[in-house]
Design a binder for this molecule. Structure first.
Ligand code: TXA
Ligand code: MG
Length: 328
């Protein structure tokens, strides 16, 4: 997939302060040397991302926790033992040397050990931490293939490592371990329940005052076309009510024989398969020539939480009626 020479080249680019896009098991990352502020600044420029948004530092193994975090609570060791390498990011108190560019000016740092073999090879060859947000332009869908990265950021990166399609397909679970009660800041493949079971505690809510997470902005992970979430039984009437508008549908059900949809993409039945293909499908529907994407509403069950979260952020809010002006 990726040769040793390519890995060495990528590590050399990172050492020289350049940008390397690389595969992880969740989505592709846009990587820079986490201890080089000039390099990290290039990430923000390439993505068009506001400078006060923190970025995750990817490290090769659990032993790196102590380098990047000022305090490593027992909960972090427990979760690392259980879920690393893997799709979990832990937010911990930052070590003093960690740049404000990485932390978004906060006193915390997000850390993750990715399991993708190419990410692991790169981290080992490079030898340091790699700051990497998802390799997409700010607010857009995360890339799950090297091709997605090339389409969006080709000019801005020095090298794209192609490790095949990402297996998880949505971004890592982020858990904040800096408060008395751990809390999930962004749901992902590793569920809140799995974390609670590992720590033998109840998790706290994502209360206000928690650190900023750019993925928690309302409009995020969005395709270019408007996207509507519609209950499965109402899709056909929704499409019919928009006669003249070419509509692309993403649903786990097959296309009804008399459907008026222009395009009907069948999505996998199970959450893991659904998540793996989600962003690729949305990218494809986005350039299909349709004017609207309709996604079937998914079950309100824990195993769909992370996917429903991403679709909710991709969805276009219904137009809000302007407030009635108070009469004098
Ligand atoms: O799966 C992933 O996490 C991917 C791959 C590349 O590892 N990365 C990713 O990065 O999704 P990004 O930057 O697109 O999203 C990371 C999220 C952001 O919403 C950011 O605000 C949050 O993590 N984050 C990073 N450091 C944080 C911190 N110290 N406190 C709170 N949130 C943090
Ligand atoms: Mg992102």
């Amino acid at each position: 997939m990726v040769s040793d020479e390519e890995i060495e080249k990528a590590a050399a680019i990172l050492r020289a302060g350049g940008l390397v896009a690389f595969p992880t098991e969740t989505v592709y990352g846009l990587g820079a040397d986490a201890s080089n502020p000039t390099a990290v600044r290039k990430i923000f420029a390439a993505k068009g991302r506001p400078a006060d948004h923190p970025v995750i530092v990817h490290v090769a193994g659990t032993s790196d926790l102590k380098h990047w975090a000022a305090e490593v609570p027992r909960s972090a060791w427990l979760l690392a033992e259980k879920f690393w390498p893997g799709p979990l990011t832990m937010v911990l108190k930052r070590a003093a040397h960690v740049s404000d560019l990485i932390t978004g000016g906060q006193d915390t740092v997000g850390l993750r050990v990715p399991s993708h073999p190419v990410a692991q090879q790169l981290l080992k060859a490079f030898g340091g931490g790699i700051a990497a947000p998802s390799a997409n332009r700010f607010g857009r869908l995360s890339p799950t293939t090297a091709q997605h990265v090339r389409e969006e950021l080709a000019d801005a990166v020095n090298l794209v490592l192609d490790g095949g399609p990402s297996d998880v397909g949505i971004e890592s679970t982020i858990v904040d371990l800096t408060r008395e009660t751990p809390a999930v800041l962004r749901p992902g493949r590793i569920s809140e329940q799995q974390i609670a079971d590992a720590l033998l505690v109840q998790l706290g809510g994502t209360a206000a005052g928690r650190p900023r997470v750019s993925g928690s902005l309302e409009s995020h992970y969005a395709p270019g076309l408007p996207l509507k979430i519609v209950p499965p039984d109402e899709i056909e009437s929704y499409v019919r009510a928009r006669a003249g508008t070419p509509v692309a549908v993403l649903s786990r059900r097959g296309r009804p024989r008399d459907s008026k949809a222009t395009l009907w993409q069948v999505a996998p039945e199970t959450p893991h398969d659904y998540a793996r293909l989600l962003y690729g499908s949305l990218r494809w529907l986005d350039v299909s020539g349709c004017r609207l994407i309709v996604v079937e509403a998914l079950p309100v069950l824990p195993e769909w939480t992370a996917i429903r979260d991403r679709l909710g952020r991709a969805a276009t809010p219904d137009p809000v009626a302007p407030p009635v002006t108070a009469r004098r």
